[in-house]
Design a protein around this ligand. Structure first.
Ligand SMILES: [Zn+2]
Length: 590
């Protein structure tokens, strides 16, 4: 099985290489470039600009449900692009850092090593975030004279991003620019080095010394700081009858200062006159933050003349607000529907600018999401389904109690985070030789409401061949040295929560498990070299980077994704079929 896997990987790389070669043929014309202005650039063999858009927590079904209400960029992606309707992450840890790193590298977490937003660092027995960098020479820098905490880079990401490979292989002509509210999104999309990687923290736009600052971002941070949106209100943008769900999302937990119903004012704590933490929380949970990110992207296109260099530039935007809104109000809310209507408008504006500045057909856009989201458990319970909250502190208590008859340190569990259970050093080594104690733990854990299964690390190593999609998904999330000792598989619709026993949780719902509602996300490609249409093959968002690489004539090292040749414009796809030996008739001359 292992051999087959290696062979498969080699084959994919081989195809990518040959594809890259076939794309070097000049005068390749994709379906989209037919409608483009007949400039010399439109006949280029490469896209002038790659635009990667990742909507944080966008479920695939949002496209199906809400697209009739879209008029801008999301509509254009669906109607003019290649819409992959069966795209799903094939790993368990459906979290932000993991998803962005997978999309940007074309690899699963078992390869790129970004296994979660944060994990227990075994050496120091401390939680670390996926981007925290202990190098004393690295520090974060705030724009517009604002302070920034910490130091964040991609040093924990074990493979280069597509953008880095693009820059490296094209002799440095590529500019890499990325924006998001979250460091773990902006950084993983850009990679280890970038011309600009910018995120938002504590009221400031922030970068790290590893990436350095950019004058146009400084200008924008001063010209339109987030606090300029203080006093604005988020109201419904469509007539009330256009909304699918009632005015109050059942089980929702809105941010401080907001009711369950529209309008949502951005006024901070009890209508404060200055921008406080509550205001920034409200702002991040509103369409105004998406607008600010779009503005930054548009400024980047203008200031750096992205798409007008002699290479292929890379622009990435991670739209984080849908995630905050989804955690608070859940997927069955007017808030989710409305923020997508607004994002659609923002993207329409961005694409119009790119048409003008780069040329329709000269750029390629890939839109996806880092993960989906579960329904709010209390909302789901109304359907009669088995749904609930899996309290992790209770699970920890059960494990400690189960070990009491045996000779183990107390506490024996160092940490439970996400699906990962970490024991204090030495405990798991001992448990592996102590069948009775391990069985006691497994029995105790399985007795807790909401637990479907517990897997041991050795069951996940080496990505085993298994009939169980859940076990395979957990294996695709497993990275030796970083992942836990035991892994919790909750039942579907059971939310893993860390609130202490008896305390209410501070949000409505979450994500991070290997079920369709978290794994199934949109993948939409549009523009240079893309064959518009609807595609129903099962794919993963790890296929995006190899596909972009093929379009740009760039070779990625063996990865977990594949080139989505079915969504490439005819001539490209035909070349791929010939190289794969699947073409039945010889191609006529180009
Ligand atoms: Zn989230």
């Amino acid at each position: 099985m292992a051999c087959q896997k290696i062979l498969k990987k080699l084959r994919i790389t081989h195809i990518a290489l040959l594809l890259a070669g076939s794309l070097a043929i000049p005068a390749h014309a994709g379906a989209q470039s037919k409608s483009s202005a007949a400039t010399p650039q439109s006949a280029a063999a490469r896209p002038k600009l790659v635009v990667l858009l990742v909507v944080d927590q966008m479920r695939a079904d949002y496209v199906e449900k809400f697209r009739s209400q879209w008029t801008g960029g999301l509509k254009r992606l669906v109607e003019e692009g290649a819409w992959f309707r069966e795209a799903a992450f094939s790993y368990a840890a459906t979290e932000t850092c993991v998803g962005h790193a997978t999309i940007s590298t074309g690899a699963f977490p078992s390869t790129h090593g970004m296994i979660a937003n944060a994990w227990l660092d075994r050496k120091n027995q401390k939680m670390v975030t996926c981007t925290s960098d202990p190098d004393p020479n690295v520090r974060n820098i705030g724009y517009a004279g604002l302070a920034a905490k910490g130091a964040d880079t991609a040093w924990r990401m074990a493979v280069p991003s597509f953008a880095e490979e693009l820059k490296f292989q094209s002799g440095g002509a590529t500019r890499i620019v990325s924006f998001s509210l979250k460091a773990r999104s902006a950084i993983t999309m850009a990679g280890h080095k970038a011309d600009a990687a910018t995120w938002f923290d504590g009221g400031a736009w922030v970068t790290s010394s590893t990436y350095g600052t950019m004058p146009f971002i400084e200008e924008q941070a001063k010209l339109h700081p987030a606090k300029a949106d203080l006093g604005k209100t988020w109201s419904l943008s469509l007539p009330e009858r256009a909304y699918w769900y009632g005015e109050k999302a059942f089980g929702a937990v809105p941010p401080d200062g907001w009711d369950l119903t529209f309008p949502h004012p951005l006024r901070g704590k009890s209508g404060a006159a200055e921008a406080d933490n509550t205001f920034y929380e409200q702002w991040a949970s509103s369409p105004y933050a998406d607008m600010a990110l779009t503005e930054l992207a548009e400024k980047a296109v203008d200031a750096l003349k992205l798409g007008n260099s002699n290479g292929t530039d890379f622009l990435a935007v991670g739209y984080s607000s849908v995630d905050y809104v989804g955690h608070e109000f859940g997927p069955r809310s007017r808030e989710i529907q409305d923020i997508l209507v607004r994002l659609d408008k923002d993207l329409g504006g961005l694409f119009a600018q790119l048409d003008q500045k780069v040329g329709r057909g000269n750029y390629v856009v890939a839109l996806s999401a880092d993960h989906g989201v579960a329904p709010i458990p209390e909302d789901m319970q109304k359907t009669g389904a088995d749904a609930g909250v899996l309290h992790l502190p209770e699970l920890q208590d059960r494990i400690e109690r189960a070990l009491e008859p045996f000779n183990y340190p107390k506490p024996a569990v160092a940490r439970i985070t996400g699906s990962d259970i970490y024991f204090v050093p030495g405990v798991y080594d001992k448990l592996q030789q102590d069948h009775a104690a391990l069985q006691a733990i497994l029995d105790a854990a399985l007795a807790q409401p909401g637990v479907a299964a517990i897997y041991r690390a050795e069951e996940l190593r080496d990505r085993p061949a298994t009939e169980s999609p859940e076990r395979r998904a957990l294996a695709n999330s497993y990275f030796p040295g970083r992942s836990g000792d035991l892994f919790i598989l909750p039942k579907p619709y059971w939310l893993m929560d860390t609130a202490p026993n008896g305390k209410p949780r501070s949000y409505g719902t979450g994500h991070g498990v290997p079920y369709s509602y978290d794994q199934h996300v949109p993948v939409l490609l549009m523009g240079f070299g893309i064959q518009p249409g609807e595609y129903f093959q099962s794919i993963t968002p790890a296929d995006i980077a190899p596909t972009l690489a093929a379009l740009c004539g760039v070779t990625l090292a063996p990865r977990d994704g594949r080139v989505l040749s079915e969504g490439l414009a005819k001539r490209v796809a035909a070349s791929a079929a010939i190289e794969q030996g699947t073409a039945t008739t010889p191609k006529s001359k180009p």
